[in-house]
Design a binder for this molecule. Sequence first.
Ligand code: FAD
Length: 473
Amino acid sequence: MSNEYDVVVLGGGTGGYVAAIRASQLGMKVAVVEKDKLGGTCLHRGCIPSKALLRSAEVYHTLKNGAYYGVEVSDIGINFLRMQERKQEIVDQLHKGVQHLMKKGKIDVYEGTGRIMGPSIFSPQAGAINVEYTNGEAEILVPKFVLIATGSRPRTLPGLTIDKEAVITSDEALELKELPRSVLIIGGGVIGIEWASLFNDLGVDVEIVEYADRILPFEDEDISKEIARLFKKRKIKVHTGAKVLPETLSRGEGNVTIKAEQNGKELAFTAEKILVSVGRQANVEDIGMNNVDARIENGVIKVNEMYQTNEPHIYAIGDVIGGLQLAHVASHEGIVAVEHMAGLRPRPIDYTMVPKCTYSRPEVASVGLTETEARAKGYSVKIGKFSFRAIGKALVYGEYDGFVKFIADEKTNDVLGIHMIGPHVTDLIAEGALARVLDATPWEIAHTIHPHPTLSEIMGEAALAVDGKAIHS
Ligand code: FAD
């Protein structure tokens, strides 16, 4: 392969590989440099493996409740290794798919560590890329544009060392060979809540310690309250407003103890494992940022709305620029960035249109403003809420906890936010995202005919509820 490219993508995760495909569709000559595996965090340590395990946990939960459905099952057990094996089969299959897509798009993949070397006579603007291989060899790529998509890694609390045995992150949790008896989860954000749900369904004792005054603190308050209520019913202990004290960590036989401070009182937790899920740290180190004028601020690469860094030929997207660290955000940012490189005029992403999902049982999903955010922005809001208990398909399905909450602007009738908790809401939220993009009013959503019986009927009912006109309430 010739080493000159229109664009070299540094990092072949969801953001990077999708951007590479779009760039190739636009006729650009593209290379991806990946030091680990194409597919990145989402495919190997994030979205896909965690959802595969969550599905196994859900199947176990359903089978345990088989009698309710008139299905008599005996000798139900957990084969955790098989769950892990199935997870890996799915990951491997999708990994092959991404490799195939690279070939199909005639995208050159360099399996090494990439670093930006800075401008040279051959690449005066974007700067050459040095690719270093594990055998010590190296080669130089000469791009017109560089797209940094190096992602992120788990963060920990200052003073709390991840020993990968007793104190772990989601990376190690995904590789467990056997289930622990008990887990203390530090951090009640998306990742912490998903693991809490998964472990609890598999019979593990779970406690959550969260610094904020509620779990899922970025979601609407009603959603946080509902998930906390449902977790309590499942005997998941949740401690909010509690600050973990890393220096108190001590190890016993087969367990670890750590303390936290809550309202001036000390709480002590003992568990077989501590799972630290306190956010993600951008991978900005050791990629050659010091060789160029691109800026890092608050630990993430600073970009404009077309994802250009200070150096107009160097772009950055995905987890490495912070903001909403989600796979679908990374890939959309990647598409915008390469379209901009190609001279198109892509529309900047409106982050209030991005759906956010938590794949716990029940699931949580939202798009747009929470009620508190909408009021703080000065909107006078009207609320429509509808429970899954009045949706026939939810009863048929046997999972009817939760609701959908619409927040609309009283003056313009625009939908400002949609918040959901319940069965399959991570699929239902797509309609909410479309409603936001199309600036739909609750009336328009209510007059979209939703098939019966489906869970999607709740969208129409919650939209009607905004004006107190829901049919089944
Ligand atoms: P990454 O996917 O992290 O990819 C970056 C790639 O760059 C990696 O492959 C890395 O090896 C490579 N790289 C780094 N440095 C170099 C270098 N110098 N040279 C070459 N290669 C390099 N998001 C969702 O939307 N839905 C979910 O359900 C979801 N679940 C998640 C569950 C967990 C447990 C975790 C941890 C994350 C989850 N996420 C989810 C977040 C999602 O995985 C990330 O937002 C997404 O992967 C970001 O994509 P990216 O391309 O920016 O980075």
